[in-house]
Design a protein around this ligand. Structure first.
Ligand SMILES: Nc1nc2c(c(=O)[nH]1)N[C@H]1C(S)=C(S)[C@@H](COP(=O)(O)OP(=O)(O)OC[C@H]3O[C@@H](n4cnc5c(N)ncnc54)[C@H](O)[C@@H]3O)O[C@H]1N2
Ligand code: MOO
Length: 639
């Protein structure tokens, strides 16, 4: 340490992303270099200048067929009624596909069209035309012809053409070297221990591989501690050995967020903070003439910032246009709000139902890596736009192939672990089909089917009057629609309580008596309806339940709530209690059924889904979870 204290920088700008991009692009003045690489290893490389053929292909007249080479003039007399005899050596020679044609001949007759009379003589019944079945010199490639212009990304077939044309080394743009410096005292390599506060370093690997995919050469350094001197040294070293420097985390306003000060001391800071959510705390600067990009720590922000600010630099260096993602129009399944003054980047699930693309937002939390893994598309909301209404048509950028999205089964409603299992069994049977699910609760799932926004919904809705699951809801809410209710699971609902059940919870009355802190579920969730019925049966009012108004959105979040609090209790399914090592007191066996549109049920994918459900292997896997059984010999109910 040099004894200097670095005050927190708590001011971040809100510079428009495009402005920040334009600034670093114009500051990035490194002149591209080229290198010769062996053709076999040039896949994906960008040609640095036009490439010309050294030789023609073929470079001699070559036979295109197995047969005999002849002089066409010698064959003109041949006729079905007057077969013509030719002598080997004088009037013909045998040739195979690719053989050179001797100069005295100018046509090839296929072996199927000749009759061998004896060792020396063949017979034909049809004349040959000059140059038939001969690949003349340069048919494919002519010597000196331009094979590729500058700036062409080489594909496997291109490498073949180069080799065929005698080009064994290609001049390509040198890959820009991108140093990647992960920083943070909390970071550990992936096989180090798991003490609280330790985070496995993984952004570095993500960055290195995106850089590689985009045509750069990553140089991933070791984790650097949050120590100003060490960060400074790492930055200086990186500017010596690379064309662009990416430093990860420490970009925001934390007590150890030194990066911006270090860049300021060693060089220039152009930008600290862009008007985007997520991704705001980006730092853009320059040290020793090298661009330095300070990327926020959260993985989603990090990925976006890398794409906004590093990819364009790589493209500029390679002198190629920046690729654009395919865009499609989708209908929004949900309302999306957005703040004024900053662009919003929303990861979206996209499904294809009844000939229409329906998209729903995934979590906006920038720390959720899986949201990037799962996202089918990206909705970019401009800074001036306050969001969109449900049902509006908007444009999204695709993050996955369109075909994959079109082949997905859109699953809505209540989440259950077995749906993930179902998805993986289905995928192994029908490689093109997968289930994409959004967990919105039973009632919302039913509505999604009604609005034609899902193929299947998992529902467990108890009718307080009839004590029957699902049927009355479907009759009432989907009257006149062609749907099928497929009996799927029986699963145990029960009290999720701390280990040893310290409050002695066995029924809703106990919750009230013990003033337990209840973790409730959202309105419309099947578990919420069950809880209300239990209260009703016990003669309790919601006001008598401590925490009735606190709504959790999944079984697991209820269990997580109980995990941290001895006085808490919730209602949920057994696997959630098991996952958090909590006690589970069974209350009811409920029916978790699959509601499907009739057209989906009858489709090929619908059939595949049902046959997976009926399979022994799937049912055995479900049995192993505990607290579940698949309904055997289920009879679908048509409405
Ligand atoms: N008071 C404020 N706090 C925060 C603000 C703000 O404006 N004011 N911005 C928030 C936003 S937005 C983001 S994004 C983060 C970015 O913070 P930093 O870039 O300073 O990053 P850290 O705080 O060090 O890390 C955030 C998070 O990411 C994890 N991380 C970091 N590096 C890696 C890596 N290489 N591999 C995996 N995970 C990594 C780190 O452990 C943290 O959990 O700041 C908010 N705070
Ligand atoms: O902007 Mo931070 O980058 O939301 O996650």
């Amino acid at each position: 340490m040099d004894g200097k204290r670095y005050n927190r920088k708590i001011y971040l700008e809100d510079k428009p992303r495009q402005e920040a991009q334009a600034e670093i692009l114009s500051a990035f003045t490194i002149s591209p270099e080229r290198e010769m690489v062996p053709t076999g290893g040039a896949l994906g490389r960008i040609t640095a200048q036009p490439v010309f053929a050294n030789v023609s292909m073929p470079h001699y007249h070559a036979s295109a067929m197995d047969g005999i080479a002849v002089n066409a003039e010698d064959t003109y007399e041949a006729h079905e009624q007057r077969p013509l005899h030719l002598k080997q050596g004088q009037q013909f020679v045998y040739v195979d596909t690719g053989n050179s044609i001797p100069p005295e001949f100018n046509a090839v007759i296929m072996i199927e069209h000749i009759h061998e009379v004896d060792n020396e003589t063949i017979e034909i019944i049809e004349p040959a035309t000059p140059w038939q079945h001969i690949r003349p010199i340069g048919e494919d490639i002519v010597q000196e012809e331009m094979l590729f212009p500058q700036g062409h990304a080489l594909r496997p077939a291109d490498l073949g053409a180069l080799l065929a044309a005698g080009v064994t080394e290609v001049p390509v743009a040198k890959k820009p070297v991108i140093s990647i410096i992960p920083t943070g005292n909390e970071l550990v390599v992936s096989d180090a221990g798991r003490a609280p506060g330790r985070i496995i370093e993984f952004n570095g690997t993500v960055f290195a591989n995106y850089v590689r995919e985009w045509g750069g050469e990553p140089a991933l350094s070791q984790i650097v501690k949050d120590d100003p001197d060490k960060i400074k040294q790492a930055l200086l070293d990186a500017t010596e050995t690379s064309d662009i420097v990416v430093i990860n985390a420490g970009s925001s306003a934390g007590s150890k967020d030194y990066t911006v000060h270090m860049i300021e001391e060693l060089g220039t800071v152009f930008t600290h903070g862009v008007a985007t959510r997520p991704g705001k705390p980006v730092i853009l600067g320059q040290i020793n003439g090298k661009i330095v990009v300070g990327v926020p720590g959260y993985p989603v922000s990090a990925y976006l910032a890398l794409e906004w600010f590093v990819r364009p630099l790589i493209c500029k260096y390679l002198q190629i246009p920046e690729p654009r993602r395919q865009k499609i129009e989708v209908k929004l399944g949900r309302r999306i709000v957005s703040g004024m003054g900053a662009e919003d980047f929303i990861r979206m699930n996209i499904g294809y139902v009844n000939g229409q693309f329906i998209a729903n937002p995934l979590t906006r939390a920038a720390g959720v890596t899986m949201s990037l893994v799962r996202a089918d598309g990206l909705l970019v909301i401009p800074a001036s736009q306050l969001g969109y209404e449900q049902g509006e048509t908007v444009e999204v950028e695709l993050l996955k192939p369109l075909e994959e999205i079109k082949n997905s089964i859109v699953f809505s409603g209540s989440h259950d672990l077995t749906i993930d299992l179902l998805s993986s069994h289905l995928k192994s049977r029908e490689t093109e089909t997968k289930i994409v699910s959004s967990h919105v609760g039973s009632m919302a799932g039913l509505l999604a089917i009604r609005k034609g926004e899902a193929h299947v919904a998992g529902i467990h809705l108890l009718d307080p009057q009839t004590k029957e699951y699902n049927v009355s809801y479907v009759k009432k809410m989907l009257a006149g629609q062609k749907v099928v209710l497929y009996p799927f699971l029986k699963r145990k609902q029960g009290w999720i309580v701390a280990k040893g059940n310290p409050l002695g919870i066995h029924n809703a009355g106990d919750l009230a008596r013990q003033h337990a802190e209840y973790a409730n579920r959202q309105k419309g969730a099947g578990t919420r309806i069950l809880f209300d019925l239990l209260l009703d049966e016990t003669g309790l009012d919601p006001e008598q339940i401590n925490g009735y108004d606190r709504e959790m959105f999944s079984h697991l979040s209820v269990a997580a709530e109980v995990k941290g609090n001895e006085k808490a209790a919730g209602l949920g399914i057994f696997p959630a209690a098991k996952a958090m090592n909590l006690d589970f007191i069974p209350v009811a066996d409920e029916s978790y059924d699959l509601l499907m549109t009739a057209s989906f049920f009858e489709s090929r994918q619908g059939n595949a889904l049902i046959s997976v459900i009926a399979s022994e292997t799937f049912q055995a896997d479900v049995g192993r979870i505990g607290g579940y059984s698949v309904v055997r010999g289920a009879v679908p109910l048509y409405f």
